[in-house]
Each structure stands twice: as C-alpha cells, then as structure tokens.
Design a protein around this ligand. Sequence first.
Ligand SMILES: NC(=O)C1=CN([C@@H]2O[C@H](COP(=O)(O)OP(=O)(O)OC[C@H]3O[C@@H](n4cnc5c(N)ncnc54)[C@H](OP(=O)(O)O)[C@@H]3O)[C@@H](O)[C@H]2O)C=CC1
Ligand SMILES: O=C(O)[C@H](O)COP(=O)(O)O
Length: 494
Amino acid sequence: MAFYDEIVGKHGAFKAYINGEWIESRSGKFQKNVNPTTNGVAYQVQACTREEVDAAYAAAKEAQKLWARTPLWKRAEYLHKVDGLMKQNAQPIADCLVKEVAKPAKDALTEVIRSGDLISYTAEEGVRALGEGKLLTSDSFPGQDRTKLCLSQKVPLGVVLCIPPFNYPVNLAVSKIAPALMAGNSVVLKPPTQGAAAGAHMVQCFHKAGLPKGLLNFVTGKGSEIGDYLTTHKAVDCISFTGGDTGLSICQKAGMVPIQMELGGKDACIVCSDADLDLAAKNIVKGGFSYSGQRCTAVKVVLVMEDVADKLVDMVVEGVKGLSVGKPEDDCAITPVISESSANFIEGLVKDAEAKGATLTTPYKREANLIWPLLIDHVTPDMRIAWEEPFGPVIPVRRVKNIDEAIAHCNDNNLALQGCVFTRDINAAMRISDAMETGTVQVNSAPARGPDHFPFQGFRDSGIGSQGITNSLEMMCKTKTTVINLDKPSYTMG
Ligand SMILES: NC(=O)C1=CN([C@@H]2O[C@H](COP(=O)(O)OP(=O)(O)OC[C@H]3O[C@@H](n4cnc5c(N)ncnc54)[C@H](OP(=O)(O)O)[C@@H]3O)[C@@H](O)[C@H]2O)C=CC1
Ligand SMILES: O=C(O)[C@H](O)COP(=O)(O)O
C-alpha cells in the first residue's frame, strides 16, 4: 500500500484520525475546501460529529496516561522518525498546500521541510530542557533554616487542543503538536478547513512513525460548527490556537485551562532617515509580499521619515515590479488570496484609502482572488488600511515627521505582534525597539517568526504567552514540587 493510501475514504474525502485509526465520519457528511486559484472544490474532509469529538478526547485522555510514563529519549525517538517520514514524503503534502491554500510551489515544500526540522529540534531541546528541574532550599527565606528541600519538575498538562490557521497549516500545526507530545501530553488537532488535506498527510507521518494510538487525533469539520464544542470540552487541559479574532472569543469561553494564542498582527516597519534604503526596500518587498502578504509577520504598514520617503517609495515600487503574479503551481510570488471574501475585504481597504486621498503607486488590479501587489502611498490615520490587517498583497505607507510619530502610530494599534526598524544607529535602534510595544522588534530586517526556536509572542490583542520551541515546551508543562522536610537542618560542607 502506498504511504498515503489509507487516509482517503469514499468520494476521495480525507478521513479523520481517532485513536490510531483512519475513520470516515458517521455523519456521512463532508466539508469541502476551495481551491483559491480556481474557486472550485479542492478537497473534501469528514464533517466529524460531537460523538467523534468525544471519542477523540477519550482516546487522548487514555493514551496520555502511558505516554506520561514514556521516557523522554523514547518520545524524542518517535519525533525524529516523524521528521524523517515528513521529509521522505514531503511532495504530496506540499502539493496539497499549493492546491488548497495557493501557496507558491517552492514555499510549500519549504514549509514541510521546515516543519520536519522543527519537530527534530523540539525533540532535542525537549530531551534536555524537560529533564532539568530545580532544587530550592528553605534557608534563603528570612527566618528559615535548611530543613526543607523543594524539588520542582515539569510535568505534562494532559490533553492539548491544537488549532492552527490556513496560512501555515503544517508548520503551525507541528509547532503545537511537537512540544505538546514531547512534554508528555496527548493531542487533539483540529486543522483549518483550508489546509486540512495537508494536515491529513502530515498526521499520516505520525501514524507511520508508530506513535502509540490515541496520542494524536485529527478531527475535521468547520470551525464554526465544531469549534465551540472542541474548545469548551471538559477533557481539554490546554488550548494552543493560531488565527484571527476567533481567538478572542475562544479566550472568553475557555475555562481554567492554560491558553496559548497567536492572533493577528499589523507589523509596522519604521524607516529612519539614516537607514540603508536599499536594504529597507528589499525587506519591505520580501517581508510584505511573500505569500501575498498572508503571514502574521508580514510588513503591514510602513512608517517612513518624510525626508527619505520619495526615495524609499520609488525603490519599493521598483521591487514590486519584479514580483511574478499568477498561479502557485508556477511558483509565482503573488498568488490568489485564500478566499473571495478575503479578496473583497482587501479590495474594501484599498477603495477606502483611495477615496480618502491615498496614492495607489500602480493601478489596482484584481482577477477573482488574485490581487496584484500594491504599495499605497500617502496613507493617513483616517484610512482603515492604516490600522486594519489586510492579510493580502497591499502595503500602506504613511509618511511621518519624526520617530515619535512613527512609534505613536505603532503603539496606537491593539494588534502588537512584531515590528521592525531600519537605521544605521544601533543606539537609536535600541531606543526605538524599547519604545515599540510589540512582542518582537527586528532591527534591519523584516518581521519574521523563524527561526522557529526564537521566542515569538504578541502583545495586547495579538496573543497570549510566548512561543518558539523552547517556550512552547515550557508552556505545555506545569510545575510539580515535592518538598522534603528534614527532621533537622542539613548543610553540606562542600
Ligand atoms: N500571530 C500569529 O502567529 C499568526 C496569526 N495568524 C492570523 O490568523 C488569521 C488568518 O487565519 P485564519 O485561518 O483565517 O484564522 P481563523 O481565526 O479564521 O481560523 C483559525 C482556525 O480556527 C478555526 N476556527 C474557526 N472558528 C472556530 C471556533 N468557533 N472555535 C474554534 N476554532 C475555530 C478555523 O477552522 P476553519 O478553517 O474550519 O474555520 C481554523 O482552524 C489572520 O488574522 C492572521 O493574522 C495567522 C498566522 C500566524
Ligand atoms: O504565522 C505566520 O504567518 C508564520 O508563522 C510566519 O512565519 P515566518 O515569519 O517565519 O515566515
């Protein structure tokens, strides 16, 4: 049997994966996803029922008991196997990404390889970091002697619900699954509907690696239909979510469970008068337009000092001319955005800015979901695009009088994921970074989440908690302490 044969059911719909088995839903219903390039159906997945969600949680709960007793090195061994299998069987996963989320062909393959690397890094980091605990002695607190030895260790949370978004359905799934498993948890994965086919292929790599049954479950269906049931389920011990405003409502509904949230961004790029403009322009083009701006870390507003604005805008416009526009299969730089409604939303932002006097540096052009890359100059604070996240290939430029004005713009937004600053003055860079109230500030480079072991966090409405491999491992554990009470103080002579 070919590697991926068993994940496909009747009518070609991808199966769900519960308790170590690929199953077809008893609902008899399928959830379609749409090819953003053709607007036709790309794939179908199972529309799972509440009973199947219950079964996934029950399996996860049961499997976790034994997994928590599985040595760290053994957990790591499974994860390394998954990495190998993902790389050996990468192309079909990447092909799904091309078809269901219109990711350019090379980027799609890169996402899969990067995900394999992330899994292995998590295994290596987890083996070391999770094996470490802490010893505290009571005599450091006033009035105490050395009669109490407090041992703290990191223990699993239980069942982790992982919900990634469409734009990195593989990478943002494994960035949750791998630390969860490594830390001794089990997982229920609810993939984004756009991206669920790639998700099924990825899960098969865990299955084929021999991961014990029930540890990873894959429940498909529309978020608006099964999402609330999944997130408010009594079996959930942790929620790790990446996506848009849905995350805010999940936070309001979830009970007393640890939550990791990566939400939207409006990543500002501040360009100072002394900046290397060539470097800044190249980073704006790459950082703003890769994957058609559908990255939480894309440059989403440029704040440039007036004295260098003309020059910078010309250079970026020149760079934009070099971007190929078309199909993901042809590995074009700009490909159709995820859905018609997303394209309509982006268009609304462009039209609003145009009506209020912004300069479109090239004529606005759209065919179905395909929007040509566009730099919008002379954006002012009354325009929606100055504040809202387009998640598309359009970048607003606001010309500012000074750094304070740029920083104020950045901090006036409730979205506070990343930002960047271009300057040749490291002292100024540090001051600006400290003043920008975002989770990360990149100096002389566009915002980026990777490399995947770096801490990654949004402030305010952009998220809760810090991610990156090490931080996610930390977050997916709780601290357990054992205090040894001695009959009399004991000191070591050294
Ligand atoms: N900060 C960060 O790191 C990142 C943030 N993002 C943000 O994600 C957004 C784009 O991604 P998108 O996929 O459209 O985001 P959504 O918030 O629409 O969806 C994210 C995930 O949530 C699921 N979902 C939908 N409704 C519910 C619900 N009621 N309960 C539980 N889960 C639900 C979706 O499933 P379904 O597909 O079935 O609806 C999907 O799997 C942008 O705002 C972007 O900025 C993206 C990447 C990284
Ligand atoms: O969520 C996203 O948009 C991605 O995690 C971005 O990752 P990158 O900035 O490393 O490309």
